[in-house]
Design a protein around this ligand. Structure first.
Ligand SMILES: O=C(O)CCC(=O)C(=O)O
Length: 281
């Protein structure tokens, strides 16, 4: 909190105001206040096009290696590509986008992990797909916390428009335990319109869902969930990254490769010895 600064916003009776130093601070403040924000990481057109092309290649490989998209339909998994970074290293780079990492550091502190990275297809001319139902990204949880536990960064491979079913959000719903009444949802829901190449970032407790895509094209996105490290990964990412020995310490921390529970008491004592050698306090 800082004293009131010179500002163009008219107000009276205000003695204090939050201070922001850059656009990441602004996004963090929006996220704290209303539960979501839209962040443009400034990718070049070439990089955005490269991500879009890799998305399609990985989607095809993934569906083929899991029995085909039609077979996945029976378990409602035909519009999701789980663990994109397992198929192409560039998706690990996407998960490390500096603007998003800085935002997570400011909201979650220095120790957070990538909990999941999933491609999301909102299919063309569809009625419903698995993300079209209101949910939290920490689903089944009905409590609030004074600080965020997890951040969701939904990368927009395609522009998110009203027509192709941009994400709908109930602003402020991360602050209430229960799902809001239908009237409140209808009255408050906001459509998160975003250009291709932007991230829609949410407090994971903010209720949101995909809209209805009435266009002839699939709408593609990549969801990243970053959590405090005590929340279990959706899929053990260690099993997904090849050559994990060549990753930097920061990458290993992000993917939570080295922080698994000790197998037994002897293993725990060993990690404690090593930790105290590194940092005697
Ligand atoms: O597809 C969307 O617009 C929303 C995606 C979503 O809700 C999710 O991945 O959790």
């Amino acid at each position: 909190m800082a004293m009131v600064e010179r500002s163009s916003v008219p107000r009276y009776g205000v003695k204090e105001q939050t201070a922001t130093v850059d656009r990441i601070d602004v996004a963090c403040e929006e996220l704290r206040l209303v539960g979501f924000s839209i962040v443009d990481p400034g990718f070049s057109d070439d990089y955005k096009a490269h991500i879009a092309k890799c998305f399609d290649t990985v989607a095809q490989t993934y569906f083929t290696s899991h029995g085909g998209r039609d077979a996945l339909r029976s378990i409602d998994e035909h519009n999701t590509i789980r663990g994109m970074l397992a198929y192409d290293h560039m998706f690990l780079e996407l998960a490390k986008t500096p603007t998003i990492i800085s935002l997570c550091e400011r909201l979650l502190g220095n120790t957070f992990i990538l909990n999941q990275q999933n491609g999301v297809i909102n299919p063309a001319v569809s009625d419903r797909y698995n993300q079209a139902y209101y949910h939290r990204d920490l689903p089944y949880q009905h409590f609030t916390t004074s600080r965020p536990l997890a951040i969701n960064a939904l990368y927009c491979v395609d522009a998110f428009t009203v027509e192709n079913g941009a994400t709908r959000v109930v602003p402020g719903s991360h602050k209430q335990e229960a799902f809001p009444s239908d009237s409140a949802v209808h009255g408050l829901e906001t459509v998160a319109l975003a250009r291709a190449g932007c991230f829609i970032v949410l407090d994971c407790m903010t209720f949101h869902c995909g809209g209805r895509n009435v266009t002839l094209c699939d709408r593609r996105a990549i969801n990243h969930v970053y959590t405090l490290p005590f929340i279990k990964q959706q899929i053990y990412l260690k099993s997904m990254v090849e050559d994990s020995g060549r990753l930097s310490p920061a990458d290993r921390q992000l993917l939570d490769l080295d922080n698994q529970p000790a197998a037994d008491a002897a293993g725990y004592l060993e990690t404690r010895r090593a930790r105290l050698l590194r940092n005697p306090i």
